[in-house]
Design a protein around this ligand. Sequence first.
Ligand code: GAP
Length: 448
Amino acid sequence: MPAKVDMDKIVSLCKRRGLIFPSSEIYGGLASCWDYGPMGVELKRNVKDAWWKTMVHERADVVGLDTSIMMHPEVWAASGHIDSFTDPLVDCKSCHLRWRADAIEGERCPECGGELTEPRMFNLMFKTSMGPVEEEASTVYLRPETAQGIFVNFDNVITTSRKKLPLGIAQIGKSFRNEITPGNFIFRTREFEHMELEYFVKPGTDEKWLDYWVKERFDWYAKLGIRKENLRLRQHGKDELAHYARDCYDIEYLFPMGWSELEGIANRGDFDLIQHAKCSGRELSYYDAEAGEKYVPYVIEPSAGVDRSVLAFLIDAYDEEEVEGEKRAVLHLHRSLAPVKVAVLPLSRNEKLTPLAKEVFKQLCPNFVTGYDDSQSIGRRYRRQDEIGTPFCVTIDFESLEDKQVTIRDRDSLAQIRVPIEELDKILAAKLGGEAFDASTLWATRDK
Ligand code: GAP
């Protein structure tokens, strides 16, 4: 069953509501590059924060790292990326479009039916030169994964953190791949962000830890609101495993173009540490003092794309509903992911209402990402907040001037409740923390 929304609707919503814009748009755009707008940057940051909280802050066995994008070129020889990080490329002899040979059906050009060249292997790493002289010796690569920054720092982290294995090292950062066929909005781009964990374990316990991380990661998406029926697991066949992987599972999401990879969880074995030890001449092993044994750890790697996760969260949250005879588009985003948590909306732009509304905005700002909107009808403003997934709207009306109370409207149930302004922060914090939107309790609070 295809997803209930097509990609065009998501792309258009993202443009309209300041989530994601085509890159360099005033120059006609740059293929498959996208810019995150004021709402998008908040959403993307919330996705990364949610990942970091779950994967680093809430665990005693994981630490973080932030390594450079450009690394010593020998890193990529050791990791196998120079030789093996390739896709088979074919050219159309008629229209000259290029295709990934393994991603097209048949033997003719999907665009014009023209004859295709023989496949040749195309390396996906971007090359650039470091320093003022462009020569072979100054070639460096933009990293295609953040993982290698972690492997080359394994010894630094183990020595300085004084932690025991199993130990995870987590990193979020930009990666670059010169994809032959990018597309489907932010699903496949040439510049994207990775959220990667390298979890170092004792050999022999690796299969158990692979199962553990597959479940953890699947549950993470579900906990943040993705419907379980739109998620599935797929184990890689032996013929599709990456050059470093002993085993791998993809968490797939039902995107509008069909089931596609959202995250990969691989058992990388000791491939990377062995390679880097061999090529750098530095020993990369772990001494287990309690057992009195030394070994090269195996690595379990949950590797997710920030942008691809943002896309899945957007698609899964999108809905169109009938409200009071009118259609509304709404993002039922998880509260922790919503770009704006609460919007302050005076009933109208009125000289009596504005000062109180501004006061409420100032009161909420330090605690919540707060929006303010007083243009056009209140109905329109609710719709605009619904479209960016704002969980709560606070309305200031003429009665508020007298009784110092405001109305909170819940995005999902559309229920409205009236609460004292002085209790607003406490009530919103509880609701954003997951407390049910229970009107009766709130009325009781007001009456106290
Ligand atoms: N270090 C392992 C690794 O990079 P991968 O399966 O190539 O594994 C992991 O990538 C995740 O990164 C993917 O599941 C996807 O979410 C994201 N990703 C990979 N290539 C991407 C691209 N060109 N554009 C956007 N996201 C991408």
